[in-house]
Design a protein around this ligand. Structure first.
Ligand code: ZN
Ligand code: ZN
Length: 284
């Protein structure tokens, strides 16, 4: 069993709940503890059910609630050694203040890290953070795998192989190229976002997702959509078209939003198991 619930995603905060057969993990904690608790409650869950926190990188929209959440709920927390160093150095003071470095556990330098009932493999991705990682979480009991690629400037050579034969794919689809180019952001910010250390465009996300397409892929979630430079329907249409061209014709393709949790996308990893997802219709 593997189930992914995006509690919220975008430049103002990211958190993704992953349920496996033997426990639950939270990937990123870019919301304060009150908001995290509230969004978990909307998903019918309690913070005490989270077995561990994994961070993709130290940026505020992924880590701002990490320290307080650890203090409040005692979650073991994992990140790359570079992310831990960045938090420790106060690069992101709101995340690093209260947690001594020893409280963080580094992902294994090579191979996989056992966390709860999961095996976690990480791949370094280009982004303007110290050591940003894409994650593949394997539910050890069922073998089902979810790949999560949040902030990615460009897809590195190693990522397609790491994301081979996933059951669920979570990938950022940050901006529409034209909307960003013509939009209100200053030139320097446009360069940062579209550059190799920024974020994946809808086109880049579509190309990457189509490369991940295979008959066993049960569902795709698009995350980190810009509220200024993107429209969910456009992001979905772009990836839908690329997936169809790659021969993937399932319906389970959704875009997460900043303000509202996306109801679970689930799979057992077995053919024929229903996949479900819908937007939880509750404003926050
Ligand atoms: Zn980032
Ligand atoms: Zn981000």
């Amino acid at each position: 069993m593997l189930r992914v619930t995006v509690l919220g995603s975008g430049s103002r905060g990211n958190a993704i709940l992953v349920d496996g057969t033997d426990g639950a993990l939270l990937v990123d904690a870019g919301f304060g503890v009150r908001t995290l608790a509230k969004r978990l409650a909307l998903a019918g869950r309690r913070p005490e059910e989270i077995g561990a926190l994994l961070l993709t990188h130290e940026h505020t929209d992924h880590a701002s609630g990490a320290a307080a959440a650890r203090t409040r709920w005692g979650w073991p927390a994992y990140a790359s050694a570079g992310t831990i160093a960045a938090l420790d150095a106060g690069t992101n003071s709101s995340a690093g203040d209260d947690v001594p470095p020893a409280a963080w556990r580094a992902f294994a330098a090579t191979g996989e890290t056992a966390v709860g009932g999961f095996s976690v493999a990480t791949t370094g991705v280009p982004h303007d953070a110290r050591d940003c990682r894409a994650l593949v979480l394997t539910d050890v009991r069922s073998g089902a795998r979810v790949g999560i690629a949040m902030d990615v400037g460009r897809v590195p050579d190693a990522l397609p192989a790491a994301f081979d034969r996933l059951d669920l794919l979570v990938v950022e689809s940050n901006h529409d190229e034209q909307m960003l180019a013509r939009g209100p952001y200053p030139w320097s910010l446009k360069q940062r976002i579209s550059g190799g250390l920024g974020h994946l465009s809808n086109g880049a996300a579509a190309a990457f997702a189509s490369g991940c397409a295979h008959p066993g892929l049960r569902g795709v979630l698009l995350t980190h959509l810009s509220e200024t430079n993107n429209v969910p329907a456009m992001a979905i249409a772009r990836t839908r078209e690329a997936l169809r061209r790659a021969g993937w014709t399932r319906e389970a393709l959704y875009a997460a939003s900043q303000g509202t949790p996306l109801a679970p996308l689930a799979t057992t990893g077995e053919a024929g198991w229903p996949v479900r997802a819908h937007q939880l219709g509750l404003a926050l």
